[in-house]
Design a protein around this ligand. Structure first.
Ligand SMILES: [Zn+2]
Length: 173
């Protein structure tokens, strides 16, 4: 079972120190019965290719500061995967896309400030015809690069789901 958070002990509703994780997705207060469902968060990720080179970014924030990452991010409420992908690529890279193909999804976890979020990561293929001008969002990205996907060392990627997805994409190329 994924440990969602080891520090949350006080019930947000009644204040008793009786709040604990009950199962993989919920925390429950044994005093008042308050239940918080820590559901899976959706993310979107782009495999963005230009002339057989794959776009990678270097993470400018925790978790995994400084490691290589594929562009993307969390899906907001009331947003589709496709809308989230378009928004994230615009925010992170000032990149506008005119095509995308859904590939597959992998589960993952994302820990931020001692809270672990189970995620479901959806991956898309994007093929660019023109080398784009990239303007990085400095708060999230410290650098970017175009790499031959066959030469990427999996251990340099920040997230396990991305390592699996890269292997799956290499099999498609
Ligand atoms: Zn309570």
């Amino acid at each position: 079972m994924i440990q969602l958070n080891n520090n949350l002990r006080f019930c947000p509703q009644c204040g008793a120190q009786s709040f604990s994780q009950r199962c993989a997705k919920s925390l429950v207060c044994s005093e008042c019965g308050f239940t918080y469902f820590h559901n899976v968060a959706a993310t979107v990720t782009g495999f963005i290719f230009y002339q057989n080179k794959l776009l990678l970014v270097k993470r400018g924030q925790q978790p995994c500061l400084g490691m290589l990452d594929l562009p993307g991010g969390f899906v907001d409420s009331a947003e589709s995967n496709e809308q989230a992908l378009t928004r994230e690529l615009m925010e992170e890279l000032q990149l506008t896309i005119d095509n995308r193909q859904y590939l597959f999804s992998y589960p993952n976890t994302y820990t931020y400030k001692d809270v672990t979020y189970p995620t479901l990561d959806s991956f898309f293929m994007i093929k660019l015809n023109v080398l784009p001008e990239i303007i990085m969002q400095a708060s999230e990205i410290s650098d970017y690069c175009w790499l031959n996907p066959h030469e990427i060392e999996p251990e340099t990627l920040a997230f396990d789901s991305h390592k699996k997805a890269l292997q799956a994409v290499l099999a498609l190329l």
